[in-house]
Design a protein around this ligand. Structure first.
Ligand code: GDP
Length: 426
């Protein structure tokens, strides 16, 4: 059976922690989209880790970690992360890489930087990991699959062709140094050495695993609102962040995804540009940012301070619906223990009308938050393991949010560790 762990919002909801926790019972963890542009922070017995391309299951001996065909695979970054984990005492993880996964090429990272420079103030707030140029090339059909590393004649011929086009842009649009085929080819041969032991037909492997009754966990990156179709376009990422895409980005039958666990954080945070209706500023935001997550709300990849806001029921209701949620994991609730009162965004006012349905981007830019204030619980809830033991106001907050978003909250995370979790039967 297949379960998916995905985000309801802008990312950074705590998916890494939930995946790491669920991986205790899973056999295979699959990354199916995205690349090294975002990260998960995981705290476990080995320490604290920021993972960017490794699936969150790498800390267990019993799991196999899989890079699906939908991922933007940055080979040197992937192996740097792999080596760091092993150097810090984690047993060498079992890894498989899809022969159909495409590679982030060294020039994708350059083009990402050059384009952000060119756009200046109008940039998309890219993490400059090459993800947008990578997916552009994939869909322009000039990307490179891992399998192409193994036919050197074909590889050199195609590289020559692709470099011709890239060099025209480099010379005339960006005024930057040109690409050299020989140097690129040599670099790709290094990539080949790194990936060779792990490459296989991943979708066939997963199909057989399913037939053998194995449990597969699909691990999403970012969240619904960053989806290129259903998110806040154009301030989105370049690959689908929805559980449905798990079937494509891993090569699995969609009907086998039986449980979709959508992770929602008890307050909001976002990185990069784009409308963020429940955003807060000044000292109020600084305090939440300082206290947030595990050691503050700063990007796991970039270290950038995250934009902060109150919980947004409109965005989360939509985000959960687009994922096809069966279960909501409500995370980082412990952080709100310092507040006497907690504002929650329950509607958007657009042109004088209030809605609870998430609008398209043009309207979203005009939305003002409608806030309701709930009483806080003013205490530390870490360590609590039973739902009934949570303070009444804390349960009220959870139940209020659940009613607003319309999906069952079955897990509540009250600390960064694996065991900081409260299960709730619905
Ligand atoms: P992801 O990309 O969705 O996995 O999110 P992040 O890696 O940004 O995770 C959010 C941060 O919150 C990480 O530093 C986690 O260790 C931390 N975290 C996750 N769940 C909880 C929680 O319930 N309480 C607290 N205090 N921190 C948490």
């Amino acid at each position: 059976m297949i379960k998916a762990v995905v985000g309801a919002n802008w990312g950074d909801e705590g998916k890494g922690k939930i995946t790491d926790m669920l991986a205790q019972k899973a056999d295979i963890i699959v990354r199916f989209q995205g690349g090294a542009n975002a990260g998960h922070t995981i705290v476990n017995d080995y320490g604290k880790f920021a993972l960017h391309t490794m699936p969150s299951g790498v800390f267990y001996n019993h799991t196999t970690s899989v890079i699906g065909n939908g991922v933007a695979l940055n080979i040197p970054v992937f192996f740097k992360e792999y080596n760091e984990i092993v150097e810090r005492g984690v047993p060498a993880p079992k890894i498989l890489i899809s022969d159909r996964a495409q590679m982030v090429m060294p020039y994708h990272i350059l083009f990402d930087q050059y384009e952000e420079e060119r756009l200046g103030g109008k940039s998309f707030g890219s993490t400059k990991s090459g993800i947008a140029p990578f997916y552009s090339d994939k869909y322009a059909k000039i990307g490179f699959q891992v399998s192409e590393l193994f036919d050197e004649e074909h590889l050199r011929e195609k590289l020559t062709r692709v470099c011709e086009t890239k060099n025209i842009l480099l010379e005339h649009l960006y005024h930057k140094p040109l690409l050299e085929v020989d140097a690129l080819f040599a670099e790709l041969m290094e990539y080949k050495k790194m990936v060779e032991p792990y490459v296989c037909d991943v979708s066939l492997y997963l199909w057989n695993a399913l037939k053998d009754g194995k449990e597969i966990l699909l691990e999403g990156q970012l969240g619904s609102l960053k989806d290129p179709d259903h998110g806040i376009y154009p301030m989105v990422t370049s690959s689908s962040t929805l559980a449905a895409y798990g079937a494509i980005g891993a090569g699995l039958p969609p009907y086998e995804i039986k449980q979709i666990i959508t992770v929602c954080k008890a307050y909001s945070s976002a990185v990069g540009a784009g409308a963020f209706v429940s955003e807060i500023f000044g000292e109020e935001a600084d305090e939440l940012r300082r206290r947030g997550g595990d050691g503050g709300e700063y990007g796991a990849t970039t270290g950038r301070p995250r934009r902060m806001g109150w919980f947004d029921c409109v965005a989360s209701k939509y985000g959960c619906r687009m994922q096809g949620t069966t279960d909501v994991a409500f995370t980082v609730l412990d952080v709100l223990g310092y507040l006497d009162e907690i504002p929650v965004c329950t509607g958007y006012e657009i042109d004088g009308e209030v809605t609870t349905d998430f609008p398209t981007t043009v309207k979203l830019e005009k939305a003002k938050p409608v806030l309701e204030t709930l009483p806080g619980w003013n205490c530390d809830i870490r360590g609590i393991r039973k739902y009934e033991d949570l303070p009444k106001n804390c349960r009220n907050y959870i139940e209020f949010v659940e009613k607003q978003i319309g999906f069952p909250i079955t897990m509540i995370s009250n600390g960064p560790g694996r065991n900081d979790i409260i299960f709730r039967n619905k």
